[in-house]
Design a protein around this ligand. Structure first.
Ligand SMILES: Nc1ncnc2c1ncn2[C@@H]1O[C@H](COP(=O)(O)OP(=O)(O)OP(=O)(O)O)[C@@H](O)[C@H]1O
Length: 355
């Protein structure tokens, strides 16, 4: 009979290795790695050839130069494995941001990945990727000043509505696919952690991907120093079995997320009354069993086909983000002028932002 461990609490421990602090911190408290410098004033890239300092291009996106002193803390809006996310307001301009703090870990491999992700974050600009306005390093914590998504994550939304209807799913999915297309084709980045809590929504009905790579890096030890904390629930079979993987692994994860939103439960959850899958049963089911599918008696043929185009165990059989953008399920609702605002306006706002 199956174990009773809840799926959400799957954890795995790995030993941490430490690196002397002076290898990545200057005496003045600047975090450095190769050309990257991160301190209270923000992020800078130092050109290796001529030693020139140039400000991060991301800083130029803002007319307002952000500094930690300018930000007023309002309240905690979320907690992830790496740290806390707070709603903050620019004291003078009044703009709201989500400030994500990442406890710095001195494990070398993790640090390298964070640096990599900070650089990607800095260069990323797409209407379907949560904008990172700026980053700071201060007292052992890396802070990311993120665009505030005032309707929270898809995880928050499905807690409230349980299921989302096909037309809204098509609109939502199209936006996520456009974000993935940008990451895959223009940035050459595999997100690696597509899950409901990494898809954020705002009152305009915009859906944006967040945490690309950073969360995967965090999961591999920053938050809880000696412990790997993350979810394998949405991980593609080729990643679980240690085979090589590519952009298509994000498509598997998206397929599972969309199916979950449609049926109102995580697709690998056993039928009611049969308990939970244990950690190993879940991994075994993903790798060895046929993939889940949308029940044909409850969903349109286009939706069922869309899901099975995403949740193919063999990545070669899985469609890419660009192919999926042309799938009949997405096309079916494209000219219907559907607005996700209608869905989000009916929801409780996760955070009552003061006027
Ligand atoms: N830019 C943002 N705007 C609004 N809310 C946000 C923003 N970023 C994060 N949040 C909220 O904070 C929560 C925690 O985010 P965080 O990225 O730290 O962790 P997570 O993705 O939930 O989990 P994990 O760290 O395991 O990946 C999110 O689920 C979301 O509700």
């Amino acid at each position: 009979m199956r174990g009773k461990k809840p799926l959400k609490e799957l954890t795995l421990s790995v030993p941490a290795q430490e690196t002397p602090v002076d290898k990545f911190l200057t005496a003045s408290g600047t975090f450095k790695d190769g050309e990257l410098r991160l301190n209270q004033r923000g992020l800078q890239l130092i050109s290796e050839e001529n030693g020139d300092e140039h400000q991060s291009t991301k800083m130029k996106v803002e007319d307002v130069q952000l500094s930690m002193d300018d930000l007023e803390m309002i309240q905690v809006i979320g907690k992830g494995s790496g740290g806390v996310v707070q709603l903050v307001r620019h004291k003078w301009v009044g703009t709201f941001y989500a400030l994500k703090g990442i406890q710095m870990n001195i494990q070398e491999s993790v640090r390298k990945q964070i640096v990599q992700e900070l650089k990607i974050n800095q260069a990323t600009q797409s209407p379907h990727i949560v904008l990172c306005h700026q980053s700071f390093y201060h007292n052992g914590v890396i802070y990311l000043v993120l665009e505030y998504m005032d309707r929270g994550s898809l995880a928050d939304i499905i807690k409230q509505v349980k299921t989302i209807l096909e037309p809204y799913l098509a609109v939502l999915c199209k936006q996520v696919l456009e974000g993935l297309l940008y990451l895959h084709h223009e940035r050459h980045v595999i997100h690696r952690d597509i899950k409901p809590s990494n898809l954020l929504v705002n009152h305009k009905g915009e859906v944006k991907i967040t945490d690309f790579g950073v969360s995967a890096v965090l999961a591999s030890s920053i938050g809880q120093r000696d412990t790997f904390v993350g979810t394998y629930n949405y991980m593609a079979p080729e990643r679980i079995s240690g085979s090589s993987y590519d952009y298509k692994s994000d498509v598997w994860s998206l397929g599972l997320v969309i199916l979950e939103c449609a049926i109102g439960r995580f697709p690998y959850t056993p039928p009611e009354g049969e308990g939970w899958l244990s950690f190993y049963e879940l991994l075994e089911a993903i790798v060895d069993q046929p993939p889940p599918s949308a029940p044909a008696d409850q969903f349109s043929p286009e939706f069922c086909s869309f899901i099975s185009s995403c949740i193919q165990k063999d990545p070669a059989e899985r469609m890419s983000a660009s192919e999926l953008l042309n799938h009949a399920f997405i096309k079916k609702f494209e000219d219907k002028d559907l607005d996700l605002r209608i869905l989000v306006e009916s929801l409780e706002q996760p955070m009552n932002v003061p006027e």
